[in-house]
Design a binder for this molecule. Structure first.
Ligand SMILES: *Cc1c(COP(=O)(O)O)cnc(C)c1O
Length: 402
C-alpha cells in the first residue's frame, strides 16, 4: 500500500512502523518534510535547500530561527514559562505595554491588550468585545466578502466566504457580509442590530487585495457616525509586513479594536487583541479568558520580535525589499500586475496561467511561494530577505513564467 508520506524526502525512521498519515487530513498531502531553517532558507530531510518566500504564511518575519528571538525564547524557557492569570509576570506586562506604545505611535490612542495563541482566537476575542460593547440585540458584525478571520466557529462565521461555512451549518448568528470596497453596500447593511465592522487593510488569504485608503477612511467615518466599533484584522498585515507597523497606517485611520498574530511571534504561537481604553472597559472579569493568555514563554518571543524589528528597522527593510521585487518582476512576461504593500505581495499572472501549477514548478526549483488563488502568487518572504535572495527568487519566477 502506498504511504501518504512516502517519498524520497521522508526517511523511514520518521514514519516509524505506521502505514498511514498521522494527521487528520485537513491540509491535503504534505509536500516536503523540513528539518531545519535559518533566515530565508529551509532544508528538507533529503538535505535539499529551499528559499522560503512564504515565511510559514507571513509568520517568520525575522527569518527562520532568528537568533534574537530564538535566544530570548530559550532564555525564558529556563527562567519562567507560565504562571496563571491569577498572577502576572513582567514579560507579558512589558509586551502589552510595547504593543500599546506601537498603537499609540500609529495614532490609535491608548488601549489595553488581551493575549491569546492564534489569529482565530484574537478574532474570537474581538467578536466578544463587539458583542459586549453593543449589548443584547445589538450583536451583529459586518465583514467583507473575501475576508479571512480564522477557522474557529465564530471566526469562520465572520469570514466572508460562504463556501467555507456550508458544511458546518448552522453557523453562529449575527454575521453579515458586504462587498470589500463598496461603501454604499456597507452603509446599507447597517441596522440597529449591528455593533461593529471588521476589515483587513489588505485581504491576505482573499488574494492580496488592498483596501483603498479612501474606503477605509470613509468606513471609519461611517462607524463613528453610527456609533459602531471600527475593527481591523492585522493578523497578516501587522508587525511591519506591509512596510508600516500596522497596515491601517497606510490609510491614516485609527481603529477601535485591532487583532494580531502571525508575525508577532516569529513562529511562537501567539496572538493578541488591542482595544482602545474606553472600549476595553466594557470587558469585565470573567467575560473572557484563556489559560495561556500572556504566558511568559510566548510573550518573551513578542518582546524579542518588537525589539529586533525596531533595531533593524524592519518596516524600512520591507518597503525596500518590496520595491526591489516589483522592479525585478513588473513588466516581465507572464506577469499582469502586482498588488499589495511592502512584503505582502500578490503577483497576478497574465493570460490563463494557473498559479497552482506555477507554484509547484517553483517548488521543484527550490522556491517556496503560495498560490493564494488560481491566478495570483503570494510572495511574503522574511523582512530580513537579502538582495541576493530576492534576485535568486525573481530570476526563478521569470524563468518559470517565460
Ligand atoms: C491567518 C489569519 C487569521 C487566522 O489566524 P490563525 O493563527 O491561523 O488562527 C486571521 N486573520 C487573518 C487576516 C489571517 O491572515
Amino acid at each position: 500500500m502506498s504511504h501518504p508520506f512516502a517519498s524520497d524526502d521522508i526517511p523511514q525512521e520518521v514514519l516509524g512502523g505506521q502505514d498511514f498519515c498521522p494527521y487528520i487530513p485537513v491540509f491535503g498531502a504534505p509536500k516536503i518534510m523540513f528539518v531545519r531553517g535559518s533566515g530565508t532558507e529551509l532544508w528538507a530531510s533529503d538535505g535539499r535547500r529551499y528559499l522560503d518566500f512564504l515565511s510559514g504564511i507571513a509568520v517568520v518575519s525575522l527569518g527562520h530561527c532568528n537568533p534574537a528571538v530564538s535566544g530570548a525564547i530559550a532564555a525564558q524557557a529556563a527562567e519562567l514559562m507560565h504562571v496563571s492569570n491569577f498572577f502576572s509576570n513582567p514579560v507579558a506586562t512589558r509586551a502589552a505595554m510595547a504593543i500599546n506604545s506601537l498603537m499609540r505611535d500609529a495614532g490609535a490612542g491608548d488601549g489595553q491588550v488581551f493575549f491569546c495563541n492564534s489569529g482565530a482566537e484574537a478574532t474570537e476575542a474581538a467578536i466578544k468585545i463587539a458583542r459586549k460593547f453593543g449589548g443584547r440585540g445589538r450583536h451583529a458584525i459586518v465583514s467583507a466578502f473575501g475576508s479571512f478571520h480564522g477557522r474557529t466557529l465564530g471566526a469562520l462565521a465572520l469570514t466572508g466566504q460562504p463556501a467555507k461555512h456550508e458544511v458546518f451549518q448552522p453557523m453562529p448568528d449575527g454575521f453579515r457580509y458586504v462587498t470589500f470596497g463598496d461603501l454604499d453596500g456597507l452603509a446599507g447593511a447597517i441596522d440597529p442590530t449591528v455593533s461593529a465592522v471588521m476589515l483587513e487593510p489588505i485581504q491576505g488569504e482573499g488574494g492580496v487585495v488592498p483596501a483603498d485608503p479612501g474606503y477605509l477612511q470613509a468606513v471609519q467615518e461611517l462607524c463613528r457616525e453610527r456609533g459602531l466599533l471600527f475593527m481591523m484584522d492585522e493578523v497578516q498585515t501587522g508587525f511591519c509586513r506591509t512596510g508600516r507597523w500596522f497596515g491601517f497606517e497606510h490609510a491614516g485611520v485609527s481603529p477601535d479594536v485591532v487583532t494580531f498574530a502571525k508575525g508577532m511571534g516569529n513562529g511562537m504561537p501567539v496572538g493578541a487583541v488591542w482595544a482602545r481604553r474606553d472600549i476595553a472597559a466594557v470587558m469585565k472579569p470573567g467575560d473572557h479568558g484563556s489559560t495561556y493568555s500572556g504566558t511568559a514563554i510566548a510573550t518573551a518571543a513578542v518582546n524579542a520580535v518588537i525589539e529586533e524589528m525596531k533595531r533593524i528597522d524592519a518596516c524600512a527593510l520591507a518597503t525596500a525589499a518590496g520595491t526591489r521585487i516589483r522592479g525585478l518582476l513588473l513588466g516581465e512576461p507572464g506577469i499582469d500586475h502586482i498588488r499589495g504593500e511592502g512584503l505582502l505581495l500578490g503577483v497576478a499572472l497574465a493570460g490563463e496561467r494557473d498559479a497552482n501549477t506555477v507554484a509547484a514548478e517553483l517548488l521543484s526549483l527550490g522556491l517556496i511561494v503560495n498560490a493564494v488563488n488560481a491566478s495570483t502568487l503570494r510572495l511574503a518572504p522574511p523582512l530580513t530577505v537579502s538582495d541576493a535572495e530576492i534576485d535568486e527568487a525573481c530570476s526563478l519566477i521569470r524563468t518559470v513564467l517565460a
